[in-house]
Each structure stands twice: as structure tokens, then as C-alpha cells.
Design a binder for this molecule. Structure first.
Ligand SMILES: [Zn+2]
Length: 156
């Protein structure tokens, strides 16, 4: 986990981990307390960084579905077993939580694959890209980003 503090007033701005969260919107934000501008490292300008290659990769979602299915299977297995040390009334609880988690993974993976196959995901990224391009047309905005340390490669 990383923590970002305001360069002026030292207010805690956000905590984040650098693993998965990628938001495609303007990274330029303002400290709520002193209004100093800062870069939100979770946010990315698509038109400056390009669309990540793994966004449309189906393989990762197939793994997600398999992973979800395995968890589901485990949940159903536990449902038919008596768990030691768990009262009778709450025997169902843990397997139910496991089944729900597995289902969310599997369904999430299926939805992603459908949205890739039908082109919905590409449309969504096209829209995000255009929005990003529009923001980056503003030279002042680009300069502000650069001054705050956000890297922007020269536009074609
Ligand atoms: Zn501040």
C-alpha cells in the first residue's frame, strides 16, 4: 500500500496499491483542504499512455472463470459436510459465502468475455480514448500534468 500526501498542507490524499486499479480519467485532482493540484496515480490518460494490451486479452478471463468454478465447486462440497466447531444454525454460512465469491468471479469473467466478443468493450475504450484526447488538446492542462510529474509522450 502507498499513501499520497499533499505537497503543501501534508493532508493525506489517498491510499492505493499499485496492482490492479486503473481508472481511465483525468489524473489531475485537487487537495480538498488547500486546493493544491496533484496527480492521482490510479488515473490514466488513455490518449497519452495508449490502451493496455491486456485489456482485450480473453485468456485472463478464462482463468478467472476457471478460478471461480473451482471456488464454486469447493463451496458446494463444503455445503454437504459438517464443519467441526461451527454451530448447526450457521453451518450454511461459510459455504454460502464461498459459493457467492466463486459465482461473482465466474460471472464477471463471462461478462468480460461477452463484452470483448461483442465489441462493447472496444466501444467503451474508444469513448474513453476520445474523452482523453479532448482533455489533452488543452495545452494548459498538458503543461499542468507535466509540471506535476505526469509523463506525456508527444502526440502523433
Ligand atoms: Zn493540501
Amino acid at each position: 500500500m502507498y499513501v499520497l500526501y499533499c505537497s503543501e498542507c501534508k493532508k493525506k490524499l489517498l491510499t492505493y496499491d499499485n496492482t490492479h486499479i486503473r481508472k481511465y480519467k483525468s489524473p489531475l485532482k485537487k487537495c480538498r483542504k488547500c486546493h493544491t493540484e496533484y496527480i492521482d496515480p490510479r488515473c490514466h490518460e488513455l490518449a497519452a499512455e495508449g490502451i493496455p494490451s491486456d485489456v482485450f486479452s480473453i485468456k485472463q478471463y478464462i482463468f478467472l472463470i476457471i478460478f471461480g468454478a473451482l471456488i464454486l465447486w469447493r463451496g458446494f462440497y463444503l455445503l454437504n459436510r459438517v464443519q467441526i466447531g461451527v454451530p448447526n444454525e450457521t453451518q450454511w454460512f461459510m459455504p454460502a459465502v464461498i459459493i457467492i465469491c466463486g459465482a461473482i468471479c465466474a460471472v464477471g469473467g463471462i461478462i468480460e468475455i461477452i463484452s470483448i466478443k461483442t465489441g462493447l468493450k472496444a466501444k467503451k475504450y474508444d469513448r474513453l480514448y476520445i474523452e482523453s484526447e479532448e482533455r489533452l488538446r488543452d495545452a494548459d492542462y498538458v503543461n499542468t500534468l507535466k509540471n506535476l510529474g505526469y509523463e506525456i509522450k508527444e502526440q502523433k
